[in-house]
Design a protein around this ligand. Structure first.
Ligand code: C2E
Ligand code: CA
Ligand code: CA
Ligand code: CA
Length: 278
């Protein structure tokens, strides 16, 4: 038999080595990071496209790692989903968001909706509905100011558990948004069953709005038509260019979100945006 000899070792490229080491470190440090308060919430405004008023914001998490600096969520959220820390992180975000709403209410800000990303596996675990209910009560915030963004894949596991949890959450009065709409496999039947409050059109479609691209424009118009019929609001994500806003206005899209109006900003910057009267 052939022995594993010299030259048979696995060859790692330099960058692969770095990235697997990074993954190892992030995985190792994640729990501690919650206690050390290394996570920070950023806010990206959702804006009404005609008058430019801020309707609310999506809450996006950032990790300021004590040695490595800022880590993007697209890097650490998948790891957190693997090692289940995502459940702790999600609950931490929900608590922070409701206490922030309370703070803002006490400071006299006009309350606006905050949207939190809730990944599939959090719905499978116990305690989500109870946590939301408790935090709304403790902070004395009307349920309609909290929205949960759920990806289509969550709804696809139309597991009885997920279905009933979403139902319970809706009954509390919180809003449900379907995230990245159009890229998954949400069927009309699912829309009928869940009746979400909001559809978020994936930035993939928005970024292809231009005259030559009848297909993506057509998809957006159809989503808007469907949403209107089913009485859902639509948020277009990833709006970066003026001509995209023009098209979305003309199609009567309810809200836009994207770098053109604002990237995700820190709490104090978001407070400033709210203060200057947007
Ligand atoms: P997402 O939920 O689809 O969030 C939208 C992402 O698009 C954000 O990236 C946002 O910064 C980015 N974005 C906004 N406007 C534009 C634009 O005009 N152009 C482009 N190219 N991008 C834009 P971010 O903050 O890096 O988050 C990436 C993903 O990480 C999110 O995608 C979400 O799936 C996940 N994520 C972020 N925060 C959380 C969280 O608190 N919990 C969970 N479970 N997932 C989160
Ligand atoms: Ca989202
Ligand atoms: Ca999205
Ligand atoms: Ca996404």
């Amino acid at each position: 038999a052939k022995r594993e000899g010299k030259g048979n070792y696995q060859l790692f490229t330099y960058s692969k080595d770095i990235s697997s080491y990074k993954k190892y470190v992030l995985d190792r440090d994640m729990r501690k990071a919650i206690l050390n308060e290394e996570f920070e919430l950023y806010f990206q405004p959702k804006v009404e496209p005609i008058r430019g008023q801020i309707y609310g914001a999506e809450v996006l998490i950032r990790w300021n790692h004590n040695e490595w600096g800022a880590i993007s969520p697209s890097e650490f959220i998948p790891i957190a989903e693997e090692n289940q820390t995502i459940n702790l992180i999600t609950d931490w975000v929900i608590k922070r968001v409701l206490s922030l709403l309370k703070e803002w209410k006490e400071q006299g800000f006009l309350l606006r909706t905050l949207s939190v990303n809730v990944p599939p596996i959090r719905f499978m675990r116990n305690g989500l509905v109870e946590l939301v209910k408790e935090q709304l009560q403790i902070n004395d915030i009307p349920a309609k100011f909290l929205e949960l963004e759920v990806t289509e894949s969550t709804l696809l596991r139309s597991d009885k558990i997920v279905l009933s949890k979403i139902e319970e959450l809706k009954n509390l009065g919180i809003k449900i948004a379907i995230d990245d709409f159009g890229t998954g496999y949400a069927s009309f039947d699912l829309l009928r069953k869940f009746h979400p409050d909001t559809l978020k059109i994936d930035q993939l479609f928005v970024q292809n709005i231009h005259h030559e691209n009848e297909m993506d424009r057509g998809i957006i118009s159809s989503i808007l038509y469907l949403a209107k019929t089913l009485e859902m609001k639509v948020v277009a994500e990833g709006v970066e260019e003026l001509h995209q806003i023009e098209f979305l206005k003309q199609q009567e899209c309810d809200f836009i979100q994207g770098y053109l109006f604002s990237p995700p900003v820190s709490q104090s910057e978001y407070e400033h945006l709210m203060k200057i009267g947007y």
